[in-house]
Design a protein around this ligand. Structure first.
Ligand SMILES: [Zn+2]
Ligand SMILES: [Zn+2]
Ligand SMILES: [Zn+2]
Ligand SMILES: [Zn+2]
Ligand SMILES: [Zn+2]
Ligand SMILES: [Zn+2]
Ligand SMILES: [Zn+2]
Length: 255
């Protein structure tokens, strides 16, 4: 009898627990939606959507997953979490978002087309692309986590992955134990936020439905468009009789 009561109590506890988890998840979801209902960027209502692929308006990255739709723009979940006034590890002062900022980003050197975060005290600007870079990442070049590094490094100016020069003024990933340093694009890849293996019918090819995006491919494949080797960030046709493979950026997009 005691065992029976314990079992029943156990079952009750479990069902209570699962209902608490469900309620909490629901509450968190509602809170998330309510929190971001009005986004500071445009003071407009933002709605949460899930998409296989979209280009984020702010970081200009190809992304898969959750987005906020703000009027006609889609903002990836990483960019939507950034407030309008921020503290950033790479800079000692507060940064404020400026819609009109067209300066060069101090993280990557690119011009800031969609505004940027700028310092009120000195000349310093950061775009969304750099602000939302992961703080650490793994790459086969090093057994340790590589950390995003902000300080100017005047001595080591080569990337250990591509072996090309690295501008010491811009952010990079490094391992303080081994002294490895590398370009963010070499550590993360060119298209780090797009789901690996997803369908990619946006290329002018007879078998569009069989095209997929892959971050890495085995072997030595040559790009069907430019003829150079394409080991990573490729669009590949999976049709049995077709060998089409191309670099992500080689064909003109057919959206
Ligand atoms: Zn984004
Ligand atoms: Zn940047
Ligand atoms: Zn400053
Ligand atoms: Zn590199
Ligand atoms: Zn290391
Ligand atoms: Zn190519
Ligand atoms: Zn094909």
């Amino acid at each position: 009898m005691r065992k029976l009561i314990e079992n029943v109590m156990g079952a009750c506890y479990l069902s209570q627990l699962s209902s608490i988890i469900v309620q909490n998840a629901l509450f968190f979801f509602i809170k998330l939606v309510l929190n971001c209902q009005y986004h500071w960027l445009r003071q407009a209502k933002a709605t949460l959507v899930f998409e296989d692929y979209l280009l984020c308006y702010l970081c200009c990255q190809h992304c898969s997953g959750l987005f906020y739709k703000l009027i006609i723009w889609f903002i990836c979940i990483r960019c939507s979490k950034v407030a309008d006034i921020i503290e950033c590890e790479g800079h000692q002062h507060f940064l404020f978002y400026d819609f009109k900022c067209r300066e060069k980003c101090n993280g990557c050197g690119n011009e800031c087309w969609h505004g940027a975060f700028r310092c009120g005290k000195c000349i310093f600007a950061l775009d969304f692309g750099c602000l939302t870079l992961p703080h650490s990442a793994l790459h086969k070049i090093d057994e340790h986590m590589l950390n995003l590094t902000y300080d100017n490094d005047k001595e080591q100016c080569y990337c250990d992955i591509c072996e090309q020069e690295r501008d010491p003024n811009f952010w990079y990933y490094s391992c303080s134990i081994c002294g490895t340093s590398a370009h963010p694009k070499c550590v993360l890849g060119n298209i780090p936020f797009l789901k690996d293996g997803m369908k990619w019918p946006y290329v002018d090819h007879p078998h569009r439905r069989d095209l997929k995006f892959f971050r890495n491919v085995e072997g030595y494949s040559k790009c069907s468009d430019c003829g150079k080797l394409c080991p990573e960030d490729v669009i590949k046709c999976e049709k049995f009789t077709c060998n089409y493979i191309t670099h992500f950026y080689c064909p003109l997009p057919q959206l």
